[in-house]
Design a protein around this ligand. Structure first.
Ligand SMILES: [Zn+2]
Ligand SMILES: [Zn+2]
Length: 389
């Protein structure tokens, strides 16, 4: 299938919004313009083969079309000229050829790229507004101050969401942007898992939380479509420039990219900005347990003790270290464990943990109490010499 058709089909079948489709690269129209330009060159006696043979005969390097921005408008290009670089005597010959359809072509493609820039800008602003709206709603629905809040369900949803890495593949040293088709697969896997776990039926504020969840899904789907739309248009641009070179003797693909080297639609992916907005404004508003684990016992750092070096451990693990007379911080090896006392108790974090992780905090407290009781009992009957209190 010809690319023009494939391009139109992909836009329609993948349900790219009509408003965006209107701004897509007009591949077929640009192709027609190239055809007219070839006719125009032929009328001037500048057939591709003839020029190429001539270039060969004078031992010249490839002919190039020089494009420069006109001084009065950054959108338009001056008429083309062809320069012949004669390798034999290093002289450059220049022929200025005024043509109508080369200008039509470049003005047209430049205008289309500018429209795409505007569309991208508008779309990003709309999505950011939506992210902010969802952020306010989810903050309120999951607020620990709310009597029947959905904190734990939203936390689970976001935990699953992050585990599927919809837009980037992260490893220790880098992040790679994923192709939209992989994002789509990961998106549906995420939706599947939410359904399997039947999380939505566990919402306390069923109606509103479900509604907000659906809007969150739509936002992600829209972002995936935006990335796809961007990807398809970039291919269309590359293909049409390639066609231009193939049909004419003007090697445009080396020159034209300079024209849009800083273009936001071509060079700045939708996902970069919006993915981080989603993380920052949505995912991070619900604290995750992983960020509050004691590095020694790997459970919640309740009651947290902050050493002078800044590292935080649960009081239980810290007392154990002190009993063993170990002074070095297990993370940075700074000797400041033995001087830690009640003043090192991080009361602010403790209140925060009680508020955002009430179940885990209670469980840890109970676990600690049981452990102390067991030790006291063992000490009484002489089984152990451990005296942790
Ligand atoms: Zn611990
Ligand atoms: Zn430390």
């Amino acid at each position: 299938m010809k690319f023009g058709k494939t391009f139109e089909k992909a836009l329609a079948e993948d349900e790219i919004p009509l408003q965006w489709q209107k701004n897509a690269i007009q591949y077929k129209q640009l192709k027609k313009t190239i055809k007219k330009l070839v006719e125009e060159f032929n009328e001037l006696g500048l057939e591709k083969d003839l020029i190429q043979n001539h270039l060969k005969s004078i031992n010249s390097s490839t002919s190039i079309i020089s494009l420069s921005l006109s001084s009065n408008s950054s959108n338009s290009l001056n008429s083309s000229f062809i320069s012949f670089n004669n390798l034999k005597n290093s002289k450059t010959s220049k022929i200025i050829v005024h043509t109508i359809y080369d200008q039509t072509f470049f003005l047209s493609i430049s205008e289309q790229i500018l429209n795409l820039d505007t569309m991208k800008d508008n779309q990003e602003n709309l999505m950011i507004k939506q992210i902010n709206y969802l952020s306010d709603q989810i903050s309120s629905l999951s607020s620990p101050y709310r009597k029947r809040n959905d904190l734990y369900i939203w936390r689970q949803i976001f935990e699953i969401y992050n585990s599927y890495q919809l837009f980037f593949k992260f490893n220790f040293i880098s992040k790679n942007e994923l192709n939209y088709s992989i994002s789509k697969i990961n998106f549906y896997k995420f939706v599947d898992e939410i359904q399997k776990k039947d999380l939505l039926s566990q919402f306390h504020n069923k109606k509103v939380s479900k509604q907000i969840f659906n809007q969150f899904l739509n936002l992600n789907l829209e972002l995936i479509k935006a990335i796809e739309f961007q990807y398809l248009n970039k291919i269309a641009i590359t293909k049409i420039l390639k066609k231009f070179d193939k049909r004419t003797f003007l090697s445009i693909k080396f020159k034209f990219p300079n024209f849009y080297v800083n273009d936001p639609f071509i060079n700045q992916s939708f996902s970069i900005n919006l993915f981080f907005k989603i993380q920052e404004r949505l995912i991070k508003i619900i604290p995750q347990l992983d960020d509050y684990l004691c590095p020694i016992c790997c459970s919640i750092s309740f009651k947290p003790v902050k050493l002078d070096c800044g590292h935080i451990f649960c009081i239980r693990c810290l007392v154990k270290l002190q009993k063993l007379r170990k002074d070095a911080c297990p993370i940075c090896r700074k000797n400041n464990v033995l001087i830690a006392d009640h003043s090192n108790l991080d009361l602010e974090t403790m209140e925060f943990l009680k508020l955002y992780f009430p179940k885990e905090s209670k469980a840890k407290q109970k676990e600690t109490e049981n452990e102390i009781a067991k030790e006291q009992c063992e000490a009484l009957i002489g089984k152990s010499s451990c005296l942790i209190q």
